[in-house]
Design a protein around this ligand. Structure first.
Ligand SMILES: [Zn+2]
Ligand SMILES: [Zn+2]
Length: 187
């Protein structure tokens, strides 16, 4: 199979490859001034539902760093560090797309019958409309807990992937103040 050997400053970090699916090497500046790269993809061979895979996630880059990607033919790739099932499901319960909210754990519509957004989808996170509202209220009232949500001192935000302080956490999702503001604005 064709694999991607990803090296940083001459040192090979991983050999990424899939029998079926998509493999990506993404270099980003998110936020500006903090470049990083991610080696990941989508595996469509293992299950009926595809899975997101990561070999390296948001590894930091500095000025002068040099990355290279060599295309190689190999019998096998390195095992991905992480596998994630996407949260969106088609045609569940009724017509339309539903997602399991990463904050309350309930199945929520991605779109409401009116056409309005039912929630916001991250890479492998979904926050429903009601959790967004509760999170926004918690933020405004500086509450430590509200319903099933609670404040998390320091963690990685499930939306922007940045490690932040004072996040709001649910079942598996974590959202930072900046992201919850943007999410509520979008709805
Ligand atoms: Zn929810
Ligand atoms: Zn965030």
């Amino acid at each position: 199979m064709i694999c991607l050997d990803v090296s940083l400053n001459g040192e090979r970090l991983t050999r990424a490859g899939l029998r079926r699916g998509v493999v990506t090497v993404i270099v980003d500046q998110l936020p500006p001034g903090a470049p990083s790269f991610t080696v990941g993809g989508m595996d469509t061979a293992r299950s009926r539902n595809h899975e997101y895979v990561h070999w390296l996630q948001r590894k930091k880059l500095k000025c002068g760093h040099e990355m290279s990607v060599r295309i190689v033919e190999a019998s096998r790739a390195h095992k991905p560090m992480q596998r994630e099932r996407p949260v969106l499901r088609e045609g569940h319960r009724t017509e339309g797309t539903f997602a399991e909210c990463s904050f309350c754990g309930r199945d929520r519509p991605h779109k409401l019958p009116s056409g309005a957004t039912g929630g916001i989808l991250g890479v492998s996170t979904f926050i429903c409309r009601s959790c967004s509202c509760v999170a926004q209220q918690m933020k405004e009232q500086k509450a430590s807990q509200a319903l099933h949500l609670q404040r998390v001192d320091r963690a990685q935000c499930s939306f922007c992937q940045q490690t932040r302080r004072g996040l709001i956490g649910g079942v598996v999702g974590r959202v930072c103040s900046a992201c919850i503001r943007k999410i509520v604005e979008t709805m």
